[in-house]
Design a protein around this ligand. Structure first.
Ligand SMILES: Nc1ncnc2c1ncn2[C@@H]1O[C@H](COP(=O)(O)OP(=O)(O)O)[C@@H](O)[C@H]1O
Ligand SMILES: CC(=O)OP(=O)(O)O
Ligand SMILES: [Mg+2]
Length: 403
């Protein structure tokens, strides 16, 4: 029997997203999500996409990522798609921080795992969950190749002028302090798909990608290579996010510690989990924020305006970094769905050749599409990201064929 299936695991700080794909035709066999891991109200939503089974849900406490993956394995087994299947060729893991060492997808062995572990201090929300996912998957299928696909890999092409902070070089080098960038799998996929939408080769286009999910980042991509991105040492820098502050004067931290009396851990939690949209208005879901704005809520309005102001600054900055821009691509939950965000981010940039057509912007869909008017010199696009398909493709290319 040929083995062409790949299981993709994307472990977040409190969630586990997964997809089982058949790489013979890149089709999805099952997809699902475990949310609120570690809380009393965990929820597993499993959707089989083959064999006509219906969507299923489990609620109740799921203590950690190990328990979550075991529950996922049970759901898959119930559909005859269990992890013990000989058709499974490999397991692909999204790993958020790969430092500078990992520039390509990598088959995981003990040394690779140790390196991912060493990077925990610079990705405290993400790498520990990734490691648990890998260990649990290894225990379930020790014979299978497990592949790490790194968020940071695509950004390793950034020039030193973009990657370095302007701090003492010896200190920076000693502690590996530099800008790594994240969401790279998405930036790579979306920049390529945008070139395709324009009918051009990736080598021939310059694109600004705006990945606006709960975490959010922008990137400047020239000829298929990343030249700058908004996230830094950790996924805290850059745009305003669902719960993260993005850019601010680093002296805010000293002030909060010295004058406010907050501990470093408290400030870490404040900036990573209680800031951004949720800190500004109490909600991190753009749907809810738009609903409140429609009802005249001033706090939601201001949160939205701050979010847009930052986004616009990055569009301008990356326009300048690239010098010439062929397209701006909006992606991820907010970028793909929130027409008012796209409209507001581009408003007033006509002098830069940028415009959004109201009717095209209002169209919903899951295919890449242009939303700029015919005359716009710089195209504006909505390009749905597919990190899982990209991870599966890379995993299968590396490990699938030999198994
Ligand atoms: N229909 C919609 N309209 C506006 N925003 C949406 C819509 N659907 C999802 N979102 C936004 O997308 C976010 C989730 O994006 P996603 O890319 O799935 O994030 P992550 O991968 O970081 O969990 C939600 O928090 C919400 O703000
Ligand atoms: C790196 C990062 O911010 O990831 P996510 O958006 O999944 O939190
Ligand atoms: Mg995401």
């Amino acid at each position: 029997m040929s083995s062409s299936r790949v299981l993709v695991l994307n472990s977040g700080s409190s969630s586990l997203k997964y997809q089982l794909l058949d790489m013979a035709d890149s089709s999805r066999l099952a997809v699902g999500l475990v949310e609120r891991i570690g809380e009393e109200t965990s929820r597993l939503k499993h959707t089989p996409l083959t064999g006509g089974g219906a969507e299923r849900e489990r609620t109740g406490p799921i203590a950690d990522h190990e328990a979550a993956l075991k529950a996922v394995a049970e759901e898959l087994a119930a559909d005859g798609l269990g992890l013990d299947s000989p058709e499974l060729a490999a397991i692909g893991h999204r790993v958020v921080h790969g430092g500078l060492k990992f520039t390509e997808p990598t088959v995981i062995d003990d040394a690779v795992l140790a390196e991912i572990e060493r990077l925990v201090p610079v990705a405290p929300l993400h790498n520990p969950a990734n490691i648990t996912g890998i260990r649990t998957a290894q225990a379930l299928r020790p014979d299978l190749p497990q592949v790490a696909v790194f968020d940071t890999a695509f950004h390793t092409t950034m020039p030193e002028s973009a990657a370095r902070y302007a701090i003492d070089v010896a200190t920076a080098d000693e502690h590996r302090v530099r800008r790594y960038g994240f969401h790279g799998t998405s930036h790579a996929y979306v920049s390529r798909a945008t070139a395709e939408l324009l009918g051009k080769a990736p080598e021939d286009v310059s694109v600004i990608v705006l990945h606006l999910g709960n975490g959010a980042s922008a990137s400047a991509v020239r000829g298929g290579r990343c030249v700058d991105t908004s996230m830094g040492l950790t996924p805290l820098e850059g745009l305003v996010m669902g719960t993260r502050s993005g850019d601010m004067d680093p002296a805010v931290i000293f002030h909060l510690a010295r004058v406010g009396g907050l501990s470093i851990d408290e400030i870490d939690t404040l900036l990573n989990k209680k800031s951004g949209l949720i800190g500004l208005c109490g909600d991190n879901d753009m749907r809810e924020i738009r609903r409140r704005i429609d009802e005249g809520d001033e706090q939601a309005r201001l949160a939205f305006d701050i979010y847009i102001h930052r986004l616009k600054k990055y569009i301008g900055a990356y326009y300048a970094v690239l010098g010439r821009v062929d397209a701006i691509a909006f992606t991820a939950g907010v970028g793909e769905n929130a027409a008012p965000v796209r409209e507001a981010a581009v408003a007033g940039l006509e002098e830069l050749g940028l415009a959004v057509d109201g009717d095209l912007n209002a169209v919903r869909g899951d295919q890449p599409r242009l939303i700029s008017p015919e005359y716009a010199r710089v195209k504006v696009a909505v390009v749905p990201t597919d990190e899982e398909l990209e991870i599966a493709t890379q995993t299968y290319a590396l490990a699938g064929k030999n198994s």
